[in-house]
Structures are given as C-alpha cells and as structure tokens.
Design a protein around this ligand. Structure first.
Ligand code: DGL
Length: 261
C-alpha cells in the first residue's frame, strides 16, 4: 500500500520530498493536475470538484493515506474529502499553523498563499483557534505559482515580484511567515533574502510530513515504487521531479491520465 499526494502541479513535490524523508521505505503515488493548474484563482466549487475527482482516482491506486499537498485544495476540500474517503486524509494548513504558533515569539505571523487560500481565511482560523491573541497578516501572491511553473526560480523577475509582494511585511513586524502554498518552498531562498534572516519561514511541507509520520507506521515495502500521474505531460514536470526528488530521469514513471471522462 502507498501514500497518495496531490497538487495542481509541481508544488506538491515539495511535500513528497519531505514524505520520502519521513518514510524512506514507502511507496508513493503523486498526482499533479498539470492541465488545470493553477487552482489558486478558481472557485471553491471547482477546486472541490477537482479534488474529489483526483482523490477517487488515487483511491483506486490502493493508497492507505491521502495527503492534500496543496493549500488551496486543503482550504476548500479537506472537510469533504475527510468525510468521503475511508482512509486518513491530511491537509497542509493545520500542521503549518501549529509550527508557526510554536515558533513565534511576538505572536505576529504573516501568511502568504494563493488568492483562494487567503480569501478562505483557513490559516487565520487555524491560528486563531490555537491562540486567539495571535495577529495574522495575510497576502495573496498570485504571481509566484506561474513563476515557479515557468522555471523562473532564480530569475531577477522573481526577486522583484517577491520584493513587491513582501516589502510591507517588514512594517508589520512579523517574526514568522508561513509559506501557505506548496509551490513557495521552491523560492524560499528569495523570500528569505527579501524578509531578512530574523523572520522564521515555515514550510508546511515539513510539518505535514511530521504529522503523517505520527499517524502512519513506516512499514517496509520490499517493492517500493514512486508513481506519478499528470493530466498534461511536459518535459519540465519530468525534469523538475528528477531534480527535486533526486531521482534518475530515466527511471521516473509518469503517466498522463484524463479525469474529465
Ligand atoms: N500549490 C498549490 C497550493 O498550495 C496550488 C497553487 C495553484 O495551483 O494556484 O495552494
């Protein structure tokens, strides 16, 4: 049996990387909805529909746990998926909020994410439920996902966009920033450079993997495999998967599937 993960594109691979770290002997099935990326500017109803379609597909792959490796899908669909699926379902929001609450000293926490995640106020609710005196400063950063998906990670333009989005956080005096989108850890260095090293950066991927570890045993799987499903195949997906997960590009099993029919 394997662990299933999904995201709109390559962002969830940051979560997969941490899952591999926690479960080195487990099989993993990853689904990237590359045809329909981005999710961040789509409606709740549509993101929920896509999330249910993908989860049903992954269930047929015999997964024993589902990790929603996407903040937008977690914001909109975690509750429904947890109700529908007969296996444990974990999202990326509560683990990130918990880590931020544990690390902040001045209780001023910034959250960046897609428009969907920020508008849903999922992080704010989660943080306030943990400690009502926490001040939350939120900002949608919709250009980050296309910059990452377009492989402009080390480009000057990413630095300029980051400065434009995050400069205001300096005046808020936050001591902690949650990367509320699984694409953002890919540009974590740029974000850190703009905010300075005094701000703690919370990567929900790391925290989510720890939560998964507390629920699932790291059983030995003699025939461990990694399988990737996408709704649109590109060389970039293959190259990025190889790079981030440190896998031999010739041994990556990616299948293109259609969920519409
Ligand atoms: N990586 C996803 C997230 O964490 C989705 C980004 C998008 O597709 O807009 O929200």
């Amino acid at each position: 049996m394997s662990i299933g993960l999904f995201d709109s594109g390559i962002g969830g691979l940051t979560v997969m990387k941490q899952i591999i770290r926690e479960f080195p002997n487990k099989s993993i099935v990853y689904f990237g909805d590359t045809l329909r990326v981005p999710y961040g500017n789509k409606s709740e109803q549509i993101v929920k529909k896509f999330s249910i379609q993908i989860s049903k597909f992954l269930l047929k792959q015999d997964i024993e746990m589902l990790i929603i490796a996407c903040n937008t899908a977690t914001s909109y669909a975690l509750k429904s998926l947890a109700e529908i699926l007969p296996i444990p379902v974990i999202g990326v929001i509560n683990p990130g909020a918990m880590a931020a609450k544990n690390i902040t000293k001045n209780k001023k926490i910034g959250v960046i994410g897609t428009k969907g995640t920020i508008n849903s106020k999922a992080y704010e609710k989660s943080l306030k439920a943990l400690d009502n005196s926490i001040e939350v400063f939120q900002k949608a950063c919709p250009l980050f996902v296309p910059l990452v998906e377009e492989n402009l990670i080390n480009d000057e333009i990413t630095f300029l966009v980051t400065k434009k989005y995050l400069e205001e956080f300096k005046s808020f005096g936050i001591d902690t920033l949650i990367l509320g989108c699984t694409h953002y850890p890919i540009i974590k260095n740029v974000i850190s450079k703009v905010l300075g090293e005094n701000v703690n950066i919370i990567d929900s991927a790391i925290e989510t993997a720890k939560v998964a570890k507390s629920i699932l045993k790291n059983t030995n799987d003699n025939k461990k495999f990694y399988k990737f499903f996408v709704t649109d195949y590109t060389e970039y997906f293959l190259e990025f998967t190889s790079k981030i997960l440190n896998l031999d590009i010739n041994n990556i099993d990616i299948q293109k599937v259609s969920l519409e029919d």
